[in-house]
Design a protein around this ligand. Structure first.
Ligand code: DAK
Length: 262
């Protein structure tokens, strides 16, 4: 445990081998993302991103709620000037720029900011009880931490428009069908399954994982030619890593690789 991982009020952090688990823990507010939770979560994720003994991060909530949104009670009385000054965008941008694979294990409500948090993760595993939605227009606002941008990219404009403009909920099966989540699993298997996926990823070469993620990010941001150039750069760059030599030697020697993550 690093210093950052002690004394949290709104999250619990646990390391199991090369996998770090962050559980959102504000049961009294269905894990609504208040300022404190945002800082604890983002600070912890950044600390884990800088720690080479960790290869993958799992974010989860409770059975009832992954997170029911940004904290409505905290925001309700704010003015535009106060919202601007509160700089909520900065920390969430830092969360979204974590370089290691992040898996959201979603059970129950993932609404508003909770849905947006899941969309910032690389892989979303959903319990069959999961309910997604961006209900902000019903509160007189819009999704504010990436929902309008990431949902359109994830599921396409017509589906995203219907979800965002109606504010309706999307159940786990539909979420899988439209490509909002990676996979649905039975609720009682969610954490086991998330653990398996995360351990599988964390056993791979960390430089390769980082490069894969950076290259996929480019696919969302750039014209194809530029994205392909970035892919080529990362691909060739990996040939100076110890892990590339080990990974390819292990293949020839018909054994499992023993990666040093460098
Ligand atoms: N904020 C604050 N408290 C919440 C909350 C939320 N989002 N969601 C639930 N809670 C609290 C409830 O008020 C209740 O507290 P008490 O009344 O017991 O004190 C407790 O959690 C349990 O909730 P319920 O009694 O309502 O539980 P139910 O099972 O009856 O209903 C529910 C569960 C999830 C259907 C319901 O709680 C609900 O509709 N919650 C609100 C969902 C929602 O509208 N979420 C979107 C929030 S808006 C920003 C960027 C982004 C955003 C904001 C700012 N910046 C960049 C600055 C994003 C905005 C949002 O996410």
């Amino acid at each position: 445990m690093t210093e950052h991982e002690h004394e949290h009020e709104t999250i619990r952090v646990e390391r199991r081998g090369r996998v770090a688990w962050i559980q959102l823990d504000r049961p009294e507010a269905l894990n609504a993302l208040n300022t404190r939770l945002m800082h604890e979560l983002v600070g912890t994720a950044k600390g884990l991103d800088a720690d080479d003994s960790i290869g993958a991060i799992v974010i989860t909530g409770s059975e009832k709620a992954f997170a029911a949104g940004a904290d409505i009670k905290e925001m309700a009385g704010k003015s535009t000037a106060e919202m601007r000054a509160s700089n909520h965008f900065g920390p969430w941008l830092e969360f979204a720029s974590v370089q290691k694979p992040v898996i959201a294990a979603v059970s129950g409500y993932a609404l508003g900011g909770g849905c947006e948090l899941a969309l910032m993760c690389d892989i979303i595993l959903a319990a069959d009880t999961a309910q997604f939605g961006l209900p902000e227009v019903g509160l007189g606002v819009i999704p504010g931490i990436g929902g309008t941008q990431r949902l359109v990219r994830a599921v396409g404009y017509p589906k995203a428009a219907e979800i965002i403009l109606t504010g309706r909920r999307v159940g786990a099966e539909e979420a899988e069908r439209i490509g909002l989540v990676s996979r649905v699993v039975p609720a009682d298997a969610l954490l086991d399954e998330a653990g398996k996926v995360a351990e599988g990823i964390a056993a791979k070469s960390l430089p390769a994982l980082r490069a894969a993620k950076a290259t996929m990010d480019a696919a969302l941001e750039m014209p194809l030619a530029e994205g392909l150039a970035i892919e080529a750069e990362h691909f060739t760059g990996l040939f100076d890593t110890a892990d590339q030599k080990e990974g390819m030697a292990a293949f020839s020697e018909k054994r499992e690789p023993n990666f040093q993550h460098r």
